[in-house]
Design a protein around this ligand. Structure first.
Ligand code: ADP
Ligand code: MG
Length: 729
C-alpha cells in the first residue's frame, strides 16, 4: 500500500497534520423552506404539471396501490421529463434496492435517435413504469438461473421521483421494486410494501371493532443514523477500512471515549461544514433532517429526520447514507457507516422509531383521551408484545450482519436477546389488567385498574431505558438493535408482518370470546389478559447490558443468538416462513432465497476480512517489525561487544521477535482454517465454518500486531493509528 506523502502519520502526525483543508466559505444560508424538496417530483409538483383528471388517477393508484393506465403514465412521464430536464438532468434511472443491502441504479440518457443523425429527448409512460435491467449479477439465492437473468423494475408511485446531483451532472431517479421474470421479489422494497399492506388490512380490522373512522393505517418510521467521520487520507491508507469498512488492527488510543467529552460536545468546524453541506443536499431531496449531534465515541455523530411513512423513510435513509459518503468526500473526509469501525470504542446503530399512523391523523401508539381509545391502544400494544414474544428469533434475524455481531451485547448496544421495555406506568397498567380482571372481570374493575387514566403522552423522560432493544418511548417503539449500515426495510417489514399477524389473531380471539357470550369490553379484556400472560416473559425493564439479564433471559427461555449464522435461523424457522407466506409478504421460495443470500453474504464478509488480516500481517506489519528487530539486534550485538549492559534491550528484542513469530504462526493457521472453510459448500455450514473456525484467528493475530504497534517506532508503523484517525481532523 502506497503511503500518501501529504498525510503524515506516525510520530509527527499531530505536529504536521494539515488541519481542515480550505473550508468552503460560509454560504449566506438560504432559508430551508425556500429550497426544501426542490429536487423532488412530489404530488405537489405533479399536480401543477399534469391534467387534473390524470392527477386524480395517480392519487388513486397511489392510495390503492394499483397500476396506472398507460395514457396516464405517458402524461406523468412527459411532465417528469420536462421537469427533470429543466433541473439539468440528462439521464433517468430506475432506482432500486437489491438484496446487496445497497441501492442500485442503471442510467439511460433521455435521448432517442431521429434517423437524421440527430437525437431527441424522450421518456414514455412505459419507460416510467417498467424497465428491464440485466439482473444476472445481483444476489437471488437461487430464484433466478443465470440464463433466465431477466429482472424487472417497476415504478413505486408511493415514493416520489427525485434528482440526484453528482459532480458534473444530474439524474432523474425513479424509486422502483425489483422482481424476477417469474415475479419473485429480488429486493427489500417489495416485501416492505407488501408488509405495509398487510398491516393496513390487519389494523383496520381491529380498528373496526373500536368504531374508528380511519380508512387507512400505515407504519411510520424515524431513523436515527449514527456514523463516524475520519480524514479521507487516513481512510485511504488503511486497506482494512477501505475494503472491510472496519479496522482489523489498531492499538487503543491512550485517550478514547473514557472522558465522555464527545457526546453532545461542540461540533468541530470541519465536521460542521460537512454536516451543513450534507443537510442542504438532503433538504433538496425532501429529506426532513431535524437533529444532528456528536455521539459518544470520538469522531462519531448522529443525524435524525422527522419521521415519515415507512416506505418513504426507508428510501430517504438509503439516500442519507449515500449522500453522507459522497458529501464527506467533498470535504476530504470518509463517512463510516459500518457497525463497529474501531475496537474498544462505541459502534454505530440505526435506531428505528416505529409506530402506526392513520389517515385521520392519529398515532395508534398514543394512549387516547377516552377509555374506549385507551382500550384500543392497549389492544395494539399487547399485540405488539405478543408478536415480539412469539417471533423474537425472527426479529433478531432481521437485524443480523457480520458488522452488527460486533455491536450487540458489547455493552454499548442491546444484547442479542430481543425483549420489550414498556416503562413503569404501562407495566403497572398491564399487571393490573392481569390481576384485576382475574379477580372480578367486571366493568368497575376495568375502570379501577386505570385504563381511562393513562395520560395521553406517557411520561417517558424519567424512565427511558436506553439499554432495551425494543423500547416503548411514549408514543412509538424504538428498535435500537438495528445496525448502522442496515437497510431498514428488512426490520420494518418484519415488525409490520409479525404485528399484522398478531392483530388478525387478536381480532379472531375477541370475536370468539364475544360469540361465547361476553360483552365487547369484557371480551377484549379477557383476550388482552390472556395474551399478556402468554408473552410477558419478553418484557424486561432492567439493565439489558448486565450479565444478570443474560442469565435471567436464559431462564425465561428467550433466544440469545450472538452470531449471524445462528441468528439467521430465525428466517428459516417453519413458523417464520409460514407467517410471511400467510400474510403475502414473502413466498416460501422468497424466504428461503433470502436466508441463503444472507448466509452467503456473511461467509463472504468474513472471507474478505480473513484475506485482509493475512495480507496486512504479511506485507505490512511483519516487514515493519522485522526491520526494527534487525536494527535492535545489531544495536544489541554492537553494545554487547563493547561490554555495555543490554539486558533490557535484549528483552525488548525478544518481545518483538516473539510477537512476530506468534503473528506469523497465527497467519499460517488462519490460512489453513480459511482453506478448510472455503471447501464447505452447504451455505449454512459454510457460514458457520467461517464464523467459528476462521474468525477466531482475527483476534489472536490482532493481539500480537497491536502489541507490536506499541513497541515499534511510531514513524516506522505502516498505518495511521487510532489516536490519529479518532482525534485529528
Ligand atoms: P432520541 O432522543 O431517541 O435520540 P431523536 O430525536 O434522535 O430521539 O429521534 C427520535 C426519532 O423518532 C425521530 O426521527 C422522530 O421523528 C421519530 N419519531 C417520533 N414520533 C414518531 C412516530 N410516531 N413514529 C415514528 N417515528 C417517530
Ligand atoms: Mg437520537
Amino acid at each position: 500500500m502506497e503511503r500518501d506523502q501529504n498525510m503524515p502519520h506516525g510520530a509527527h502526525a499531530e505536529m504536521t497534520h494539515k488541519h481542515a483543508k480550505t473550508l468552503p466559505a460560509t454560504p449566506s444560508a438560504p432559508k430551508i423552506s425556500d429550497y426544501y424538496g426542490c429536487n423532488v417530483f412530489g404530488l405537489e409538483t405533479m399536480k401543477l404539471l399534469i391534467p387534473r383528471e390524470t392527477f386524480r388517477k395517480v392519487q388513486e393508484a397511489v392510495e390503492k396501490g394499483e397500476r396506472l393506465d398507460l395514457e396516464a403514465a405517458n402524461a406523468v412521464a412527459s411532465a417528469m421529463k420536462t421537469w427533470a430536464i429543466s433541473k439539468g438532468a440528462t439521464h433517468y434511472c430506475h432506482w432500486f434496492q437489491p438484496l446487496t443491502g445497497a441501492t442500485a441504479e442503471k442510467h439511460d440518457a433521455f435521448i432517442d435517435v431521429t434517423g437524421q443523425g440527430a437525437v431527441l429527448e424522450t421518456f414514455t409512460g412505459q419507460m416510467l413504469v417498467q424497465a428491464e435491467p440485466d439482473a444476472s449479477s445481483f444476489p437471488s439465492g437461487g430464484l433466478r438461473v443465470t440464463f433466465e437473468a431477466r429482472g424487472y423494475t417497476a415504478w413505486d408511485p408511493t415514493s416520489p421521483a427525485f434528482i440526484l446531483e453528482n459532480t458534473g451532472g444530474a439524474t432523474l431517479c425513479i424509486p422502483t421494486c425489483f422482481v424476477s421474470y417469474t415475479g419473485h421479489a429480488l429486493d427489500t422494497k417489495t416485501p416492505l410494501l407488501r408488509s405495509i399492506e398487510a398491516l393496513n388490512t390487519a389494523a383496520l380490522s381491529i380498528l373496526e371493532l373500536f368504531k374508528s373512522d380511519a380508512r387507512k393505517v400505515f407504519s411510520t418510521l424515524g431513523v436515527e443514523q449514527e456514523y463516524f467521520l475520519v480524514d479521507q487520507e487516513y481512510f485511504k491508507s488503511r486497506p482494512d477500512l477501505l475494503l472491510a469498512g472496519r479496522t482489523l488492527f489498531g492499538a487503543a488510543s491512550p485517550k478514547g471515549q473514557q472522558l465522555e467529552d464527545h457526546y453532545f460536545g461542540s461540533i468541530k468546524d470541519r465536521v460542521f461544514a460537512f454536516m451543513t453541506d450534507f443537510e442542504s443536499e438532503a433538504f433538496k431531496l425532501g429529506i426532513p433532517l431535524k437533529t444532528r449531534h456528536n455521539e459518544v465515541a470520538p469522531h462519531q455523530f448522529e443525524c435524525a429526520p422527522i419521521f415519515e411513512e415507512a416506505n418513504v423513510a426507508v428510501d430517504h435513509n438509503q439516500l442519507v447514507m449515500d449522500l453522507m459518503e459522497r458529501i464527506a468526500a467533498r470535504h476530504g473526509l470518509a463517512a463510516l457507516l459500518y457497525e463497529k469501525p474501531f475496537a474498544g470504542v462505541n459502534g454505530s446503530g440505526k435506531h428505528n422509531n416505529w409506530s402506526l399512523g392513520t389517515d385521520t391523523g392519529k398515532n395508534l401508539l398514543s394512549p387516547g383521551a377516552t377509555p374506549q381509545e385507551n382500550l384500543q391502544f392497549l389492544t395494539i400494544l399487547t399485540a405488539i408484545v405478543k408478536a415480539v414474544h412469539d417471533h423474537s428469533l425472527l426479529l433478531r434475524a432481521s437485524i443480523t450482519s457480520s458488522g452488527n455481531d460486533h455491536r450487540l451485547g458489547a455493552n454499548e448496544a442491546p444484547p442479542a436477546i430481543m425483549s420489550v421495555f414498556l416503562g413503569a406506568q404501562l407495566t403497572k397498567v398491564l399487571a393490573d389488567l392481569e390481576k384485576g380482571v382475574t379477580t372480578k372481570g367486571t366493568d368497575p374493575m376495568w375502570i379501577s385498574f386505570g385504563i381511562d387514566k393513562i395520560p395521553p403522552v406517557l411520561k417517558d423522560n424519567t424512565d427511558r431505558n436506553r439499554t432495551s432493544p425494543f423500547a416503548f418511548t411514549g408514543n412509538k417503539f424504538e428498535f435500537r438493535a438495528v445496525g448502522s449500515s442496515a437497510n431498514s426495510a428488512v426490520p420494518v417489514a418484519t415488525i409490520n408482518t409479525i404485528v399484522a399477524n398478531q392483530l388478525l389473531e387478536t381480532k379472531k380471539e375477541i370475536a370468539a370470546a364475544m360469540k361465547g357470550g361476553k360483552a365487547f369490553k369484557e371480551a377484549v379484556l379477557e383476550v388482552l389478559r390472556k395474551q399478556y400472560k402468554q408473552s410477558k416473559t419478553v418484557c424486561f425493564e432492567g439493565n439489558n447490558y448486565s450479565e444478570d439479564w443474560v442469565k435471567e433471559a436464559k431462564k425465561r427461555g428467550l433466544p440469545n443468538e450472538k452470531t449471524t449464522p445462528a441468528a439467521l435461523k430465525g428466517f428459516d424457522l417453519k413458523k417464520s416462513v409460514e407467517l410471511f407466506a400467510k400474510l403475502g409478504v414473502l413466498t416460501e421460495e422468497e424466504s428461503h432465497s433470502r436466508y441463503h443470500i444472507l448466509l452467503e453474504k456473511y461467509a463472504k464478509d468474513i472471507a474478505i476480512e480473513a484475506k485482509l488480516v493475512g495480507e496486512m500481517t504479511m506485507t505490512l506489519f511483519v516487514p515493519a517489525a522485522v526491520d526494527y528487530q534487525n536494527r535492535l539486534a545489531a544495536a544489541v550485538a554492537a553494545q554487547k561487544s563493547l561490554g555495555v549492559a543490554v539486558a533490557a534491550q535484549a528483552s525488548l528484542l525478544r518481545e518483538v521477535a516473539g510477537r512476530v513469530e506468534s503473528a506469523l504462526l497465527g497467519a499460517a493457521s488462519l490460512n489453513k482454517a480459511f482453506e478448510e472453510a472455503d471447501r464447505v459448500e452447504d451455505a449454512a455450514a459454510r457460514a458457520e465454518a467461517f464464523c467459528t473456525k476462521v474468525k477466531p484467528w482475527f483476534e489472536k493475530i490482532r493481539t500480537d500486531v497491536d502489541a507490536l504497534e506499541l513497541l515499534i517506532p511510531a514513524d516506522s508503523w505502516p498505518l495511521p493509528k487510532y489516536r490519529e484517525m479518532l482525534f485529528l481532523m
